[in-house]
Write a protein that binds this ligand. Sequence first.
Ligand SMILES: *Cc1c(COP(=O)(O)O)cnc(C)c1O
Length: 354
Amino acid sequence: MVAAAGINVTKVETSKLKEMTLENLPFGRYFTDHMLEADYEDGEWKNIEIKPYQPLLMEPSTAALHYGQAIFEGIKAYKNEAGEAFIFRPFDNFRRFNISAERMCMPTVPEEIFIEGMRMLIELDKSWIPSLPDHSLYIRPFMFSSDPVVGVKPSETYKFMIILSPTGPYYAAPMKIYVEEKYTRAAPGGVGFSKNAGNYGASMLPTALAKKQGYDQVLWTDAFEHKYLQEVGTMNVFFIIGNTAVTPSLEDGTILAGVTRDSVIVMLNEMGLHVEERKITIDELMDTYKAGQLREVFGTGTAAVISMIKELRYKDYTMHFDTDTATVAVEVKARLTAIRDGRAADTHGWMYKI
Ligand SMILES: *Cc1c(COP(=O)(O)O)cnc(C)c1O
């Protein structure tokens, strides 16, 4: 069967869904019946296929394994009470994916493959979207260089794929955070704004060291002075100071432009808070804390949506936040959840119907 977008579809004979329930599944561990795969060769995308989820056969010399041209996205699909399926803001992820691709010297992926392929894949695996509260279908598009050549140069061939993972409620316990002053996530001119695999690889040691000290994640600071706050773990960060919400601005290219970040800014504005996207130092943050103005600190991202922070440690000083009485983070999350569940009107056109 060949669909309008030139996407070949081969269906599984029996669905794996018969052997499992979609309740309380851990994040990213189970995958649906089908996947999308496309190859970039001779300057164009070919062999665009939706087929049974299966292992890849690769040469050990596959370029991505050696030189790290590898990027990805994270998106969620939801079902409303009527059983209709929607993807949350996929065009924003599509644009960001191609920004990542350009920075990593990779080809861009056209909308007919990224969006239409995703839509067709989810339509086919629609019964895998959990309908329980706080459950969703996590969508993972990714691309990697596939030349079987151990030589440092941009690859001539690439593979683009989409896999789907049903996921349960992602319980984000309030976090203890360590302000990182030694290691760096991103520097101006670097790749911090791109969602490439290497950024994650580089963050694992500092995070593991912070965990050893009893923290959950680090709060990244700038590469030069370790003063300007960037992101928390792999999430964007928000500080609620009085009636103002402050989040680090994007102009240095050191911060990943989160779709959740953007959605949260819209919600905060609608809630009547004043939102500032600007640079903020740890010293300014400490001053607002000591003056009793720093009410809440939270991280935002597709996986957990909102993660509250209960402790922030900088040098010998620890800031404490009572997350039980946090109101802003709770309301932002409730508003976003209502839009995703279809209980609140989608006034921003964020829900893309399958
Ligand atoms: C993916 C990611 C985020 C969150 O982006 P969302 O679009 O909200 O999921 C934030 N920071 C980093 C470093 C990321 O990789």
